[in-house]
Design a protein around this ligand. Sequence first.
Ligand SMILES: [Zn+2]
Length: 109
Amino acid sequence: MKVDTSTHASRAAFYNSLEWVHMREAILIRDNYECQWCKAAGRVTNINNAILEVDHIKPLEQFPELALDPNNLRTLCKDCHNKRHHRFNWAPRNRPAKKNKWATDERWD
Ligand SMILES: [Zn+2]
């Protein structure tokens, strides 16, 4: 299936497609309806205490060929999903300014 994810409208259409709805369900089942980040942190966040979403590890917009690849999908709770996308947005701007090359390079030779 060729997925067009180049525009906001085409991504919205993708998220409404039957292919995505089915794949999303398959990923939730695979991940036991449990947030994979919370699980890694030793917390149980699942369908009983959170809203679960399915995240594209490599962003849908840049990797349309991985849109329906189970290896590129994981279950996150809404909190983790929000955190992830905020970080994705602000990280490049908040990264510390590049230090002087000679101050950061470890040159022992
Ligand atoms: Zn979580």
